[in-house]
Design a protein around this ligand. Sequence first.
Ligand code: EZ4
Ligand code: CO
Length: 403
Amino acid sequence: MPRITSARVIVTCPGRNFVTLKIETDQGVYGVGDATLNGRELAVASYLEDHVIPCLIGRDAHRIEDIWQYLYKGAYWRRGPVTMSAIAAVDMALWDIKGKVAGLPVYQLLGGAAREGCMVYGHANGSDVEETIERAHEYLEQGYKAVRLQSGVPGLAATYGVSGERFYYEPAKGSLPEETLWSTSKYMRHVPELFERGREALGWDIHLLHDVHHRLTPIEAGRLGKDLEPYRLFWLEDATPAENQAGFRLIRQHTTTPLAVGEIFNSVWDAKQLIEEQLIDYIRATVVHAGGITHLRRIAGLADLYQVRTGCHGATDLSPVSMAAALNFGLSVPNFGIQEYMRHSAETDEVFPHAYSLSNGLMHPGDKPGLGVDIDEALAAKYAYKRAYLPVNRLEDGTMFNW
Ligand code: EZ4
Ligand code: CO
């Protein structure tokens, strides 16, 4: 049985910030876990260093469930993104260790492959509809089966999901939060046109997705979903903020456009009503922010009872360690739906060597024992942490709004 002898937090910024936990054992086997919480990274680093690591030393690394329960129940203060990202990092690292000791990739420990690979969707972003469609074509040429369309909105200087970069969308920047302005009516007029022209140009053999990023009320979301019905979206994401889960009833009454929600969820309790009332079609809770593989399996298990499928968050602020864990999870879970995949920069990929690969729109975690991902600590040490914030959003009259 491998005993935990030490653990440390590695903060690095190869183009963007990442927090990684490395757990070492007396058998020479170590594991890695992602603990990155975009814009609030150091809170999780401190939670791990100051409060979690001292409790890990000497424990049996194989007792994943017991350690999960110890950290969740033992903190007394349950849930929340900081706590659950810290627990997730420990959980990922322990699954990595178990796989390495067993000589098996983690998906084999989770029941084995339930499919050939995980369908992923890429991000097509453009300052206008034409540019977005041009980018989408590039994904089609690369064999992607699904693509998310976001474009600049006429009359708005900036909006969520659009940047100058060709394949990377990186919203966290600046030593203070950037401020953007939002108009729901301008957005609502524009999106149906994006998808009308998108279908015309891209055809019907590709899944199209869209992220509202929490910016509509339930009745506005119902209207947008209805307007988008002719274009048969794979999903409409985060149509409205989900603190009030019952709010989704109103959207459901008005549209058959499939709904996805949950990238900011950190526990099954955030999604319980959404799932049990079948108010959503895809649950986006992700391995790093929702308590690791152990807890994500529990969420997926509940979702499966109600024909809700997984659609895990996979933006660039989730490190390659999270991506590896998500693919091991996604390959094995019965109700897998789709996995978001935003490519990391070459610098990031170099710091985190990994076994996962993409072919014909499907990703596979690879067959290395454990998660199939590592961290090059010497290289990581060359990139010092840089404070970065997600933007904040206001209405045109200055009212604080959702970003
Ligand atoms: O804004 O990960 O669907 N993807 C997203 C992301 C999130 C970022 C926040 O850190 O909504 O782009
Ligand atoms: Co999103």
